[in-house]
Write a protein that binds this ligand. Sequence first.
Ligand code: URP
Ligand code: ZN
Ligand code: ZN
Length: 586
Amino acid sequence: MDASSDEGVVTEEVIVPRRVGQASAEPWDVLSPVDIEDGSGSAQNRLLIKGGRVVNDDMMQDADVYIEDGIIKQVGTNLHTPGGTRVIEAKGHLVMPGGIDTHTHMQMPFMGTQAIDDFYTGTRAALAGGTTMIMDFALPQRGESLIEAFHRWRTWADPKVCCDYAIHVGVTWWSDKVAQEMEELTNEQGVNSFKMFMAYKDTWQLNDEELLESFKRCKELGALAQVHAENGDVIKENSKKLLELGITGPEGHEMSRPEEVEAEATNRACVLANQVNCPLYVVHVMSKSAADVVSSKRKQGHVVFGEPIAASLGTDGTHHYHKCWRHAAGHVMGPPLRPDSSTPKYLMDLLANGDLQTTGTDNCTFSAAQKALGKDDFTKIPNGVNGVEDRMSVIWEKGVVSGKMDPCRFVAVTSTNAAKIFNIYPKKGRIAVGSDADIVVWNPHATRVISAKTHHQAVDFNIFEGMEVHGIAEFVVCHGRVVVEEGEVRAISGMGKYVPTPVFNPHVYGRLEERERANAPCKVERAPYEGPVAQLNGQGMQEGGIIPVQQETFYTRGAQVNDKSPKRPSVKVNNPPGGRSSGSFW
Ligand code: URP
Ligand code: ZN
Ligand code: ZN
């Protein structure tokens, strides 16, 4: 940490994230009427969080945090604060950056219905659990404008959100118009990530050619490509077979898409993205084998990130086999939770040691009645589970209390890494002077039992039902406002803001330019080949079968078809000094 100390006051400078090589104002830098209102109103509250242990991803320090106008102004001890400042006593508590949930679907229209947690109940529940920012997905229907979908999502979110939010946009079909709209979204709307689906055949699934095109486009625009990695063709085929066998219950969902279906697609996505030198982010990593693919590709030098979710870290797929249909259906999501009950611990180990980087939830909730749309056919069960409220507690319990990670790593995987990967660091994801005052005051010793009866979400089911967790968000501060107070949520709909995410993120693109230079294709200079050349007939076949080179002159007569065509240059890739990287050479 670059910090100077005056009476123990840490004056760390925060540099606002920008595009690589760009310093001018972005369209979204202009203050909206809402911002102006905030500036003269409640966000001017002064707040001191006193006596806690500040935890960032790279250090812990016992320090007070002083906040004004929604921004952290001082971090240190013996701070001078103006009179009238509200004080939160945080002795014995950890003071951490608010959580960032990288993957939610609030009120998403899906599989004939709509997710029951909307941007109000969903973000209010997020705050209750210590998450101060979500990243949701605007998903156009096949053929629909991406920009219209983006604006529709914003119209839904803006009046309702209780915490900040960003938007990833789905590339659910491919055309020149899609490519052009991606540019508009990055330049004018603050979108820097696009999700491509390798599943959901006949709706959102892209084929390999379309995936390649979309990865190439992301690369050109400096955006991050995200993939839902499952082989949709295999799932369709397996589902048909299972239904024919009379397997119509939720277990059919899991059986139709075993681990290798996820691992194959994860591997394919990594290869395709790497071939066009596009950074890749694999959403909802659900299985050991998919996680292994991400981890081994990283070891080979691919720029790839993996996101397990609260569900894959906190529970498993044995629940699909539960005798109660509602219970089993309540766990249906894609890719599925895995019946191998050692999966959550395995994924947590990878998250703890850096092979996986962020945590989302894929929060996409459906009530019992909505799940029942698939009571006679598992392919019609709306896919999705909860998590936005419990993610922080579940990761604390399974990650920190289990001894797999320390509080710094907890902060990294629940907040900081997301802020870095989506280019909003250190505005988000850090307790430092100049950062947004999105803070959770965490009681690491208190416990609670997770239950649908007490959670803040609208859904009537909780996949973590009955789990006792340590770690409670006792106070949550969002933009300097205290929104959770001793466990009581005091959120107001519409108080969250849209957070633009700039492209050409140095945390993601920083090494790509250099890599392209290092791996550039290099022609081998040599004398042209002067020997005989085989002759092809009209069908592109060699005339007269295989001709030994020394006999060739006996068989060829007169002018030849390719006499005038230029000789194909030989291209060979030279190894750069230090050996060839696995990166593509483009
Ligand atoms: O089951 C899931 N994951 N539902 C939400 C849509 C998606 O694929 O992320
Ligand atoms: Zn998905
Ligand atoms: Zn999702």
